[in-house]
Design a protein around this ligand. Structure first.
Ligand SMILES: *[C@@H]1O[C@H](CO)[C@@H](O)[C@H](O)[C@H]1NC(C)=O
Ligand SMILES: *[C@@H]1O[C@H](CO)[C@@H](O)[C@H](O)[C@H]1NC(C)=O
Ligand SMILES: *[C@@H]1O[C@H](CO)[C@@H](O)[C@H](O)[C@H]1NC(C)=O
Ligand SMILES: *[C@@H]1O[C@H](CO)[C@@H](O)[C@H](O)[C@H]1NC(C)=O
Ligand SMILES: *[C@@H]1O[C@H](CO)[C@@H](O)[C@H](O)[C@H]1NC(C)=O
Length: 485
Protein backbone atom coordinates (compact mmCIF):
# COMPACT_ATOMS: atom_id res chain seq x y z
CA UNK A 1 0.00 0.00 0.00
CA UNK A 2 2.77 2.39 1.05
CA UNK A 3 4.66 1.29 -2.08
CA UNK A 4 1.68 2.06 -4.22
CA UNK A 5 1.23 5.49 -2.68
CA UNK A 6 4.87 6.35 -3.07
CA UNK A 7 4.71 5.34 -6.71
CA UNK A 8 1.57 7.34 -7.34
CA UNK A 9 3.09 10.41 -5.71
CA UNK A 10 6.24 9.93 -7.73
CA UNK A 11 4.36 9.70 -11.03
CA UNK A 12 2.27 12.69 -10.05
CA UNK A 13 5.39 14.76 -9.35
CA UNK A 14 6.99 13.75 -12.64
CA UNK A 15 3.78 14.53 -14.46
CA UNK A 16 3.44 18.00 -12.90
CA UNK A 17 7.07 18.70 -13.64
CA UNK A 18 6.64 17.69 -17.28
CA UNK A 19 3.50 19.77 -17.70
CA UNK A 20 5.39 22.69 -16.21
CA UNK A 21 8.32 22.15 -18.59
CA UNK A 22 5.95 21.97 -21.53
CA UNK A 23 4.02 25.07 -20.53
CA UNK A 24 7.07 27.08 -19.70
CA UNK A 25 9.62 25.88 -22.21
CA UNK A 26 7.85 24.92 -25.40
CA UNK A 27 4.73 27.00 -25.14
CA UNK A 28 3.69 26.28 -28.71
CA UNK A 29 3.74 22.51 -28.23
CA UNK A 30 0.41 20.74 -28.58
CA UNK A 31 -1.06 19.52 -25.29
CA UNK A 32 -3.73 16.84 -25.86
CA UNK A 33 -6.75 17.20 -23.56
CA UNK A 34 -7.02 13.43 -23.20
CA UNK A 35 -3.59 11.94 -22.81
CA UNK A 36 -3.28 8.40 -21.50
CA UNK A 37 0.09 6.79 -22.08
CA UNK A 38 0.79 3.41 -20.54
CA UNK A 39 3.82 1.28 -20.13
CA UNK A 40 2.36 -2.24 -19.96
CA UNK A 41 3.39 -5.11 -17.74
CA UNK A 42 5.26 -3.12 -15.15
CA UNK A 43 5.05 -1.12 -11.96
CA UNK A 44 7.52 1.47 -13.27
CA UNK A 45 6.61 4.55 -15.24
CA UNK A 46 8.85 5.57 -18.12
CA UNK A 47 9.64 8.94 -19.63
CA UNK A 48 10.11 8.72 -23.39
CA UNK A 49 10.55 11.80 -25.61
CA UNK A 50 9.48 14.01 -22.68
CA UNK A 51 6.27 12.06 -22.23
CA UNK A 52 5.39 10.12 -19.10
CA UNK A 53 4.07 6.59 -19.64
CA UNK A 54 2.27 5.40 -16.51
CA UNK A 55 2.71 1.81 -15.35
CA UNK A 56 -0.37 -0.36 -15.82
CA UNK A 57 0.08 -2.07 -12.47
CA UNK A 58 -0.86 1.12 -10.63
CA UNK A 59 -4.27 2.66 -10.26
CA UNK A 60 -4.84 5.62 -12.55
CA UNK A 61 -7.72 7.97 -13.27
CA UNK A 62 -7.32 7.82 -17.02
CA UNK A 63 -7.55 4.06 -17.51
CA UNK A 64 -8.34 0.75 -15.88
CA UNK A 65 -7.36 -2.77 -16.83
CA UNK A 66 -9.78 -5.66 -16.59
CA UNK A 67 -7.78 -8.76 -17.26
CA UNK A 68 -9.05 -12.07 -15.87
CA UNK A 69 -5.64 -13.63 -16.31
CA UNK A 70 -2.68 -11.56 -17.31
CA UNK A 71 1.02 -11.63 -16.51
CA UNK A 72 3.62 -8.87 -16.35
CA UNK A 73 6.66 -9.92 -18.31
CA UNK A 74 10.13 -8.38 -18.33
CA UNK A 75 12.92 -9.03 -20.81
CA UNK A 76 16.17 -9.06 -18.89
CA UNK A 77 18.29 -9.36 -22.04
CA UNK A 78 17.80 -5.91 -23.55
CA UNK A 79 20.59 -3.36 -23.36
CA UNK A 80 20.19 -0.65 -20.76
CA UNK A 81 19.87 2.08 -23.40
CA UNK A 82 16.96 0.37 -25.18
CA UNK A 83 13.57 2.05 -24.95
CA UNK A 84 11.94 1.25 -21.59
CA UNK A 85 8.61 0.77 -23.40
CA UNK A 86 9.81 -2.42 -25.07
CA UNK A 87 11.52 -4.02 -22.08
CA UNK A 88 8.22 -5.10 -20.55
CA UNK A 89 4.95 -6.45 -21.88
CA UNK A 90 1.60 -7.48 -20.47
CA UNK A 91 0.48 -10.83 -21.70
CA UNK A 92 -3.09 -12.09 -21.72
CA UNK A 93 -4.19 -15.70 -21.89
CA UNK A 94 -7.84 -14.68 -22.09
CA UNK A 95 -9.82 -11.79 -23.49
CA UNK A 96 -8.88 -8.63 -21.57
CA UNK A 97 -9.71 -4.96 -21.80
CA UNK A 98 -8.08 -1.63 -21.09
CA UNK A 99 -10.79 0.99 -20.52
CA UNK A 100 -9.88 4.66 -21.02
CA UNK A 101 -11.94 7.58 -19.72
CA UNK A 102 -12.50 10.21 -22.38
CA UNK A 103 -13.02 13.81 -21.30
CA UNK A 104 -13.17 15.41 -24.73
CA UNK A 105 -15.07 13.65 -27.47
CA UNK A 106 -13.64 13.67 -30.97
CA UNK A 107 -10.79 12.16 -32.93
CA UNK A 108 -8.21 10.33 -30.85
CA UNK A 109 -4.89 8.78 -31.70
CA UNK A 110 -4.47 5.17 -30.65
CA UNK A 111 -1.00 3.66 -30.83
CA UNK A 112 -0.23 0.08 -29.90
CA UNK A 113 3.41 -0.85 -29.42
CA UNK A 114 4.56 -4.42 -29.96
CA UNK A 115 7.96 -5.96 -29.47
CA UNK A 116 8.04 -9.72 -28.98
CA UNK A 117 10.63 -11.26 -26.68
CA UNK A 118 11.00 -14.55 -24.88
CA UNK A 119 11.00 -14.63 -21.12
CA UNK A 120 9.87 -16.92 -18.28
CA UNK A 121 8.83 -19.60 -20.74
CA UNK A 122 6.62 -17.26 -22.78
CA UNK A 123 7.55 -16.82 -26.45
CA UNK A 124 5.82 -13.64 -27.60
CA UNK A 125 6.66 -14.09 -31.29
CA UNK A 126 4.48 -17.20 -31.23
CA UNK A 127 1.45 -15.23 -29.99
CA UNK A 128 -1.52 -15.02 -32.39
CA UNK A 129 -4.21 -12.59 -31.32
CA UNK A 130 -6.87 -10.04 -32.22
CA UNK A 131 -7.49 -6.51 -31.00
CA UNK A 132 -10.70 -4.49 -31.09
CA UNK A 133 -11.63 -0.99 -29.95
CA UNK A 134 -14.92 0.87 -29.90
CA UNK A 135 -16.63 -1.66 -32.18
CA UNK A 136 -13.76 -1.59 -34.69
CA UNK A 137 -11.78 -4.72 -35.43
CA UNK A 138 -8.21 -3.39 -35.49
CA UNK A 139 -6.13 -6.54 -35.83
CA UNK A 140 -7.12 -10.12 -36.53
CA UNK A 141 -4.87 -13.16 -35.96
CA UNK A 142 -1.98 -10.76 -35.62
CA UNK A 143 1.60 -11.91 -35.08
CA UNK A 144 4.85 -10.03 -34.66
CA UNK A 145 7.96 -11.75 -36.03
CA UNK A 146 10.93 -11.96 -33.72
CA UNK A 147 13.16 -8.89 -33.65
CA UNK A 148 10.49 -6.51 -35.01
CA UNK A 149 9.22 -3.46 -33.24
CA UNK A 150 5.79 -2.64 -34.60
CA UNK A 151 3.70 0.41 -33.84
CA UNK A 152 0.12 0.23 -35.06
CA UNK A 153 -1.53 3.63 -35.26
CA UNK A 154 -5.24 4.38 -35.61
CA UNK A 155 -7.35 7.52 -35.60
CA UNK A 156 -10.74 6.91 -34.03
CA UNK A 157 -13.54 9.34 -33.39
CA UNK A 158 -14.67 8.66 -29.83
CA UNK A 159 -18.18 9.88 -28.94
CA UNK A 160 -18.52 8.06 -25.62
CA UNK A 161 -17.01 8.60 -22.20
CA UNK A 162 -15.32 5.24 -22.29
CA UNK A 163 -12.97 3.92 -24.86
CA UNK A 164 -12.29 0.20 -24.54
CA UNK A 165 -9.47 -1.71 -26.20
CA UNK A 166 -9.76 -5.50 -26.03
CA UNK A 167 -7.06 -8.07 -26.62
CA UNK A 168 -7.85 -11.71 -27.19
CA UNK A 169 -5.70 -14.71 -28.09
CA UNK A 170 -6.81 -16.51 -31.23
CA UNK A 171 -7.53 -20.23 -31.10
CA UNK A 172 -4.52 -22.48 -31.13
CA UNK A 173 -1.39 -22.88 -29.05
CA UNK A 174 -0.09 -20.99 -27.25
CA UNK A 175 -3.18 -19.00 -26.32
CA UNK A 176 -1.43 -15.67 -25.91
CA UNK A 177 -1.89 -11.96 -26.62
CA UNK A 178 0.46 -9.16 -25.59
CA UNK A 179 1.15 -5.45 -25.76
CA UNK A 180 4.15 -3.40 -24.66
CA UNK A 181 2.72 0.12 -24.53
CA UNK A 182 -0.46 1.99 -25.44
CA UNK A 183 -1.04 5.64 -26.31
CA UNK A 184 -4.53 7.17 -26.39
CA UNK A 185 -4.60 10.94 -26.85
CA UNK A 186 -6.76 13.66 -28.39
CA UNK A 187 -5.89 14.72 -31.91
CA UNK A 188 -5.79 18.45 -32.66
CA UNK A 189 -9.13 19.66 -34.04
CA UNK A 190 -7.60 20.76 -37.34
CA UNK A 191 -5.90 17.44 -38.08
CA UNK A 192 -8.83 15.82 -39.83
CA UNK A 193 -11.46 17.84 -41.68
CA UNK A 194 -14.73 16.37 -42.79
CA UNK A 195 -14.40 16.65 -46.56
CA UNK A 196 -11.91 15.18 -49.00
CA UNK A 197 -11.88 14.76 -52.77
CA UNK A 198 -13.03 11.34 -53.87
CA UNK A 199 -11.13 10.21 -56.97
CA UNK A 200 -12.27 7.37 -59.16
CA UNK A 201 -13.76 6.40 -62.50
CA UNK A 202 -16.62 8.86 -61.86
CA UNK A 203 -14.26 11.84 -61.81
CA UNK A 204 -13.89 14.08 -58.81
CA UNK A 205 -16.61 13.96 -56.20
CA UNK A 206 -16.65 15.22 -52.62
CA UNK A 207 -16.18 12.61 -49.92
CA UNK A 208 -18.11 13.69 -46.82
CA UNK A 209 -17.89 12.46 -43.25
CA UNK A 210 -14.17 11.80 -43.20
CA UNK A 211 -13.83 12.62 -39.50
CA UNK A 212 -16.32 9.87 -38.59
CA UNK A 213 -14.31 7.12 -40.32
CA UNK A 214 -11.78 5.07 -38.46
CA UNK A 215 -8.31 5.38 -40.02
CA UNK A 216 -5.19 3.26 -39.81
CA UNK A 217 -1.83 4.72 -40.78
CA UNK A 218 -0.28 2.67 -43.57
CA UNK A 219 2.42 5.05 -44.88
CA UNK A 220 3.81 8.30 -43.56
CA UNK A 221 6.66 9.48 -45.76
CA UNK A 222 8.99 12.45 -45.42
CA UNK A 223 9.48 12.82 -49.18
CA UNK A 224 13.07 13.67 -50.09
CA UNK A 225 14.07 13.81 -46.45
CA UNK A 226 15.40 11.69 -43.60
CA UNK A 227 13.41 9.74 -41.03
CA UNK A 228 11.61 11.99 -38.54
CA UNK A 229 11.35 10.41 -35.10
CA UNK A 230 8.60 10.98 -32.50
CA UNK A 231 11.01 13.22 -30.58
CA UNK A 232 11.01 15.69 -33.47
CA UNK A 233 7.34 15.47 -34.44
CA UNK A 234 4.57 17.64 -33.04
CA UNK A 235 2.31 14.59 -32.50
CA UNK A 236 5.04 12.02 -31.75
CA UNK A 237 4.67 10.42 -35.19
CA UNK A 238 7.33 8.67 -37.25
CA UNK A 239 7.92 9.76 -40.86
CA UNK A 240 10.07 7.48 -42.98
CA UNK A 241 12.06 8.23 -46.18
CA UNK A 242 10.29 7.68 -49.51
CA UNK A 243 13.18 6.18 -51.55
CA UNK A 244 11.89 2.65 -51.88
CA UNK A 245 8.49 3.76 -53.22
CA UNK A 246 9.77 6.06 -55.96
CA UNK A 247 9.05 4.20 -59.19
CA UNK A 248 11.99 5.54 -61.19
CA UNK A 249 14.73 6.65 -58.82
CA UNK A 250 16.26 8.94 -61.48
CA UNK A 251 13.02 10.78 -62.18
CA UNK A 252 13.28 12.95 -59.08
CA UNK A 253 15.88 14.49 -56.85
CA UNK A 254 15.74 15.53 -53.21
CA UNK A 255 15.89 19.16 -52.21
CA UNK A 256 16.09 20.77 -48.79
CA UNK A 257 15.54 24.22 -47.41
CA UNK A 258 16.94 25.82 -44.28
CA UNK A 259 14.72 28.90 -44.07
CA UNK A 260 11.63 29.38 -41.95
CA UNK A 261 8.48 27.43 -42.79
CA UNK A 262 5.68 30.01 -42.83
CA UNK A 263 2.68 28.22 -41.36
CA UNK A 264 -0.50 30.07 -42.35
CA UNK A 265 -3.85 30.15 -40.64
CA UNK A 266 -6.21 27.84 -42.51
CA UNK A 267 -3.35 25.97 -44.17
CA UNK A 268 -1.41 23.07 -42.75
CA UNK A 269 -0.47 23.69 -39.11
CA UNK A 270 2.68 22.47 -37.41
CA UNK A 271 0.55 19.61 -36.01
CA UNK A 272 -0.53 18.57 -39.51
CA UNK A 273 3.16 18.11 -40.30
CA UNK A 274 6.30 19.47 -38.65
CA UNK A 275 8.93 21.76 -40.17
CA UNK A 276 11.23 18.86 -40.96
CA UNK A 277 8.64 17.44 -43.38
CA UNK A 278 8.06 20.74 -45.21
CA UNK A 279 11.79 21.58 -45.29
CA UNK A 280 12.53 18.69 -47.65
CA UNK A 281 10.92 17.63 -50.92
CA UNK A 282 11.49 15.89 -54.21
CA UNK A 283 11.35 17.75 -57.48
CA UNK A 284 11.56 16.65 -61.10
CA UNK A 285 15.05 15.64 -62.08
CA UNK A 286 15.12 17.46 -65.41
CA UNK A 287 18.67 18.15 -66.34
CA UNK A 288 17.46 19.27 -69.74
CA UNK A 289 14.30 21.26 -69.19
CA UNK A 290 13.19 20.71 -72.77
CA UNK A 291 13.10 17.01 -72.05
CA UNK A 292 11.02 17.61 -68.94
CA UNK A 293 7.87 15.92 -70.12
CA UNK A 294 7.65 13.02 -67.72
CA UNK A 295 5.89 12.26 -64.45
CA UNK A 296 7.27 11.41 -61.03
CA UNK A 297 5.38 8.48 -59.50
CA UNK A 298 5.38 6.74 -56.14
CA UNK A 299 4.01 3.21 -56.05
CA UNK A 300 2.64 2.00 -52.71
CA UNK A 301 1.35 -1.53 -52.10
CA UNK A 302 -1.81 -1.67 -49.95
CA UNK A 303 -4.45 -4.29 -49.13
CA UNK A 304 -7.46 -4.59 -51.41
CA UNK A 305 -11.00 -4.13 -50.18
CA UNK A 306 -10.61 -0.77 -48.47
CA UNK A 307 -10.71 2.90 -49.33
CA UNK A 308 -7.68 5.01 -48.47
CA UNK A 309 -7.17 8.58 -47.44
CA UNK A 310 -4.20 9.96 -49.38
CA UNK A 311 -2.80 13.15 -47.88
CA UNK A 312 -0.24 15.01 -49.98
CA UNK A 313 1.86 17.70 -48.30
CA UNK A 314 3.26 20.61 -50.30
CA UNK A 315 5.44 23.57 -49.51
CA UNK A 316 7.08 25.58 -52.25
CA UNK A 317 10.74 25.54 -51.28
CA UNK A 318 11.97 25.50 -54.90
CA UNK A 319 10.61 28.68 -56.52
CA UNK A 320 12.27 32.08 -56.41
CA UNK A 321 9.02 34.00 -56.86
CA UNK A 322 5.32 33.25 -56.55
CA UNK A 323 3.28 31.92 -59.50
CA UNK A 324 6.09 30.25 -61.36
CA UNK A 325 5.50 26.64 -60.31
CA UNK A 326 2.56 24.83 -61.92
CA UNK A 327 2.02 21.09 -61.89
CA UNK A 328 -0.57 18.34 -62.20
CA UNK A 329 -1.48 15.78 -59.56
CA UNK A 330 -2.79 12.30 -60.35
CA UNK A 331 -3.71 9.31 -58.20
CA UNK A 332 -4.01 5.94 -59.93
CA UNK A 333 -4.01 7.86 -63.20
CA UNK A 334 -7.03 10.00 -62.23
CA UNK A 335 -6.48 13.71 -62.42
CA UNK A 336 -6.69 15.11 -58.88
CA UNK A 337 -5.62 18.66 -59.59
CA UNK A 338 -4.71 20.37 -62.87
CA UNK A 339 -2.24 23.28 -63.12
CA UNK A 340 -1.83 23.45 -59.36
CA UNK A 341 -0.16 26.69 -58.26
CA UNK A 342 0.76 26.56 -54.57
CA UNK A 343 1.09 30.32 -54.26
CA UNK A 344 -2.42 30.85 -55.66
CA UNK A 345 -4.35 28.82 -53.06
CA UNK A 346 -6.04 31.27 -50.72
CA UNK A 347 -4.30 30.23 -47.51
CA UNK A 348 -0.76 30.71 -48.79
CA UNK A 349 -1.36 34.36 -49.78
CA UNK A 350 1.19 34.37 -52.60
CA UNK A 351 3.81 33.30 -50.10
CA UNK A 352 6.57 30.80 -50.72
CA UNK A 353 7.51 28.25 -48.04
CA UNK A 354 3.91 28.23 -46.80
CA UNK A 355 2.67 24.67 -46.21
CA UNK A 356 -0.49 23.25 -47.70
CA UNK A 357 -2.02 19.78 -47.88
CA UNK A 358 -4.65 17.99 -49.95
CA UNK A 359 -6.81 15.02 -48.99
CA UNK A 360 -8.03 12.48 -51.52
CA UNK A 361 -10.08 9.33 -51.00
CA UNK A 362 -9.24 6.53 -53.42
CA UNK A 363 -9.40 2.80 -53.91
CA UNK A 364 -6.28 0.90 -54.95
CA UNK A 365 -6.00 -0.47 -58.48
CA UNK A 366 -6.95 -4.12 -59.01
CA UNK A 367 -3.45 -5.38 -58.19
CA UNK A 368 -3.36 -3.59 -54.84
CA UNK A 369 -1.29 -0.48 -55.53
CA UNK A 370 -1.83 3.21 -55.05
CA UNK A 371 0.09 5.31 -57.59
CA UNK A 372 0.71 8.91 -56.55
CA UNK A 373 1.94 11.05 -59.43
CA UNK A 374 3.11 14.62 -59.92
CA UNK A 375 3.87 15.91 -63.39
CA UNK A 376 4.38 19.01 -65.49
CA UNK A 377 1.58 21.43 -66.36
CA UNK A 378 1.09 23.14 -69.71
CA UNK A 379 1.03 26.48 -67.91
CA UNK A 380 4.69 26.21 -66.90
CA UNK A 381 7.05 28.39 -68.83
CA UNK A 382 9.60 26.22 -70.61
CA UNK A 383 12.38 27.23 -68.21
CA UNK A 384 10.29 26.51 -65.10
CA UNK A 385 8.93 23.02 -65.72
CA UNK A 386 8.83 21.30 -62.35
CA UNK A 387 6.66 19.50 -59.80
CA UNK A 388 7.19 18.87 -56.10
CA UNK A 389 6.00 16.76 -53.17
CA UNK A 390 7.10 17.21 -49.53
CA UNK A 391 5.20 14.56 -47.63
CA UNK A 392 2.77 11.71 -48.20
CA UNK A 393 0.43 9.92 -45.81
CA UNK A 394 -1.77 6.97 -46.69
CA UNK A 395 -4.41 5.88 -44.21
CA UNK A 396 -6.68 2.86 -44.53
CA UNK A 397 -10.37 3.48 -43.84
CA UNK A 398 -12.53 0.90 -42.03
CA UNK A 399 -14.70 -1.27 -44.27
CA UNK A 400 -18.45 -1.72 -43.87
CA UNK A 401 -17.85 -4.39 -41.20
CA UNK A 402 -16.01 -1.73 -39.16
CA UNK A 403 -12.87 -3.72 -39.68
CA UNK A 404 -9.32 -2.91 -40.73
CA UNK A 405 -8.38 -6.55 -41.04
CA UNK A 406 -10.73 -8.51 -43.25
CA UNK A 407 -14.46 -9.00 -43.63
CA UNK A 408 -15.07 -9.77 -39.99
CA UNK A 409 -16.91 -7.79 -37.37
CA UNK A 410 -15.32 -7.13 -34.00
CA UNK A 411 -18.25 -8.85 -32.29
CA UNK A 412 -17.89 -12.06 -34.30
CA UNK A 413 -14.19 -12.21 -33.52
CA UNK A 414 -14.79 -11.30 -29.88
CA UNK A 415 -17.32 -14.11 -29.60
CA UNK A 416 -14.83 -16.68 -30.76
CA UNK A 417 -12.15 -15.67 -28.28
CA UNK A 418 -11.59 -17.79 -25.21
CA UNK A 419 -13.63 -16.18 -22.46
CA UNK A 420 -12.85 -15.76 -18.81
CA UNK A 421 -13.60 -18.72 -16.56
CA UNK A 422 -16.63 -17.01 -14.94
CA UNK A 423 -18.14 -16.55 -18.40
CA UNK A 424 -17.42 -20.19 -19.11
CA UNK A 425 -19.21 -21.46 -16.01
CA UNK A 426 -22.11 -19.10 -16.58
CA UNK A 427 -22.46 -20.31 -20.17
CA UNK A 428 -22.25 -23.98 -19.17
CA UNK A 429 -24.85 -23.43 -16.48
CA UNK A 430 -27.23 -21.64 -18.87
CA UNK A 431 -26.74 -24.27 -21.57
CA UNK A 432 -27.39 -27.06 -19.05
CA UNK A 433 -30.48 -25.28 -17.78
CA UNK A 434 -31.80 -24.81 -21.31
CA UNK A 435 -31.37 -28.51 -22.14
CA UNK A 436 -33.08 -29.55 -18.91
CA UNK A 437 -36.00 -27.22 -19.58
CA UNK A 438 -36.43 -28.54 -23.09
CA UNK A 439 -36.45 -32.10 -21.78
CA UNK A 440 -39.05 -31.29 -19.14
CA UNK A 441 -41.27 -29.45 -21.62
CA UNK A 442 -40.91 -32.28 -24.11
CA UNK A 443 -41.82 -34.87 -21.50
CA UNK A 444 -44.86 -32.85 -20.38
CA UNK A 445 -46.04 -32.46 -23.93
CA UNK A 446 -45.75 -36.13 -24.69
CA UNK A 447 -47.69 -37.13 -21.61
CA UNK A 448 -50.34 -34.50 -22.36
CA UNK A 449 -50.65 -35.74 -25.89
CA UNK A 450 -51.04 -39.29 -24.65
CA UNK A 451 -53.78 -38.13 -22.31
CA UNK A 452 -55.59 -36.19 -25.04
CA UNK A 453 -55.30 -39.17 -27.31
CA UNK A 454 -56.81 -41.46 -24.77
CA UNK A 455 -59.63 -38.99 -24.25
CA UNK A 456 -60.38 -38.64 -27.95
CA UNK A 457 -60.11 -42.37 -28.44
CA UNK A 458 -62.67 -42.83 -25.76
CA UNK A 459 -64.88 -40.22 -27.37
CA UNK A 460 -64.91 -41.44 -30.95
CA UNK A 461 -64.03 -44.77 -32.34
CA UNK A 462 -62.76 -43.89 -35.75
CA UNK A 463 -59.79 -45.61 -37.37
CA UNK A 464 -56.90 -44.38 -35.36
CA UNK A 465 -53.82 -46.49 -35.97
CA UNK A 466 -52.53 -44.55 -38.96
CA UNK A 467 -53.51 -41.19 -37.44
CA UNK A 468 -51.76 -42.09 -34.23
CA UNK A 469 -48.63 -42.77 -36.25
CA UNK A 470 -49.02 -39.45 -37.98
CA UNK A 471 -49.45 -37.67 -34.75
CA UNK A 472 -46.36 -39.24 -33.31
CA UNK A 473 -44.12 -38.42 -36.21
CA UNK A 474 -46.20 -35.61 -37.71
CA UNK A 475 -44.86 -32.30 -38.81
CA UNK A 476 -46.19 -30.04 -36.07
CA UNK A 477 -45.47 -31.57 -32.72
CA UNK A 478 -45.68 -28.19 -31.01
CA UNK A 479 -49.23 -27.44 -32.08
CA UNK A 480 -50.23 -29.68 -29.22
CA UNK A 481 -53.61 -30.53 -30.75
CA UNK A 482 -54.63 -33.70 -32.48
CA UNK A 483 -57.53 -33.69 -34.86
CA UNK A 484 -59.54 -36.79 -35.57
CA UNK A 485 -62.22 -37.11 -38.17
C1 LIG B 1 9.10 -18.59 -30.79
O1 LIG B 1 8.05 -18.72 -31.73
C2 LIG B 1 8.46 -18.49 -33.06
C3 LIG B 1 7.22 -18.52 -33.94
O2 LIG B 1 6.42 -19.63 -33.69
C4 LIG B 1 9.49 -19.56 -33.47
O3 LIG B 1 9.91 -19.30 -34.79
C5 LIG B 1 10.67 -19.45 -32.52
O4 LIG B 1 11.59 -20.48 -32.80
C6 LIG B 1 10.23 -19.57 -31.08
N1 LIG B 1 11.35 -19.27 -30.22
C7 LIG B 1 11.63 -19.98 -29.14
C8 LIG B 1 12.80 -19.52 -28.33
O5 LIG B 1 10.98 -20.95 -28.82
C1 LIG C 1 15.72 16.23 -34.28
O1 LIG C 1 15.99 17.22 -35.26
C2 LIG C 1 17.25 17.82 -35.12
C3 LIG C 1 17.38 18.91 -36.15
O2 LIG C 1 16.27 19.03 -36.96
C4 LIG C 1 18.34 16.78 -35.29
O3 LIG C 1 19.60 17.36 -35.13
C5 LIG C 1 18.14 15.68 -34.27
O4 LIG C 1 19.05 14.66 -34.50
C6 LIG C 1 16.73 15.13 -34.33
N1 LIG C 1 16.55 14.22 -33.23
C7 LIG C 1 15.96 13.03 -33.35
C8 LIG C 1 15.87 12.22 -32.12
O5 LIG C 1 15.51 12.64 -34.41
C1 LIG D 1 20.70 17.29 -72.66
O1 LIG D 1 20.51 17.75 -73.99
C2 LIG D 1 21.66 17.56 -74.83
C3 LIG D 1 21.36 18.16 -76.19
O2 LIG D 1 20.01 17.99 -76.58
C4 LIG D 1 21.96 16.06 -74.94
O3 LIG D 1 23.12 15.85 -75.72
C5 LIG D 1 22.19 15.49 -73.52
O4 LIG D 1 22.36 14.11 -73.60
C6 LIG D 1 21.01 15.82 -72.64
N1 LIG D 1 21.31 15.40 -71.28
C7 LIG D 1 20.50 14.64 -70.57
C8 LIG D 1 20.97 14.27 -69.20
O5 LIG D 1 19.44 14.23 -70.99
C1 LIG E 1 1.42 11.75 -66.41
O1 LIG E 1 0.47 10.78 -65.94
C2 LIG E 1 -0.86 11.03 -66.34
C3 LIG E 1 -1.75 10.01 -65.70
O2 LIG E 1 -1.29 8.72 -65.86
C4 LIG E 1 -0.94 11.02 -67.87
O3 LIG E 1 -2.26 11.30 -68.25
C5 LIG E 1 0.01 12.07 -68.42
O4 LIG E 1 0.01 12.02 -69.83
C6 LIG E 1 1.41 11.84 -67.91
N1 LIG E 1 2.26 12.95 -68.33
C7 LIG E 1 3.44 12.79 -68.89
C8 LIG E 1 4.19 14.02 -69.27
O5 LIG E 1 3.93 11.68 -69.06
C1 LIG F 1 -16.53 3.07 -41.08
O1 LIG F 1 -17.05 3.36 -39.81
C2 LIG F 1 -17.84 4.51 -39.75
C3 LIG F 1 -18.14 4.83 -38.30
O2 LIG F 1 -18.89 3.82 -37.68
C4 LIG F 1 -19.09 4.30 -40.59
O3 LIG F 1 -19.90 5.45 -40.54
C5 LIG F 1 -18.65 4.01 -42.01
O4 LIG F 1 -19.77 3.74 -42.80
C6 LIG F 1 -17.66 2.87 -42.08
N1 LIG F 1 -17.08 2.78 -43.41
C7 LIG F 1 -17.58 2.01 -44.37
C8 LIG F 1 -16.85 2.01 -45.66
O5 LIG F 1 -18.58 1.35 -44.22
Amino acid sequence: MAMLQRRTIRSLCVSIFLQFLLLWGVSSAFLPSDNALINCGTADGATVDNRLFLPDEDEADSFRLSAPSSVSLRDGNQPADSSPLYRTARIFTRRSTYGFSIKNKGTHFLRLHFYPFSSQGYNLSAAVFSVSAQGFLLLKDFTVPRGNRIVKEFLINVQTENFDISFGPSYGKPSLAFVNAIEVFSAPADLLLDVARGLGPNEVEAFDGLSRQGLETVYRLNVGGPKVTPFNDSLWRTWTPDNEYLRLPDSAKAISFSGRIKYQKGGASREVAPDSVYRTARQMNSVNISEGHFNVTWRLPVSLGYKYLVRMHFCDIVSLTANELFFNIYINGYLGYKDFDLSAVDVTNQMLAAPYYMDFVVEPDTSGFIYVTIGPSRLSSSSKINAILNGLEIMKMNNSMHSFDGEFSASSVLRSWPRSSTDFWLCSFLAGFAIMSLMVVGFMMISRRRMEMRESLAWSRLPVESKEDNSRYGPSPLSGKLVYY
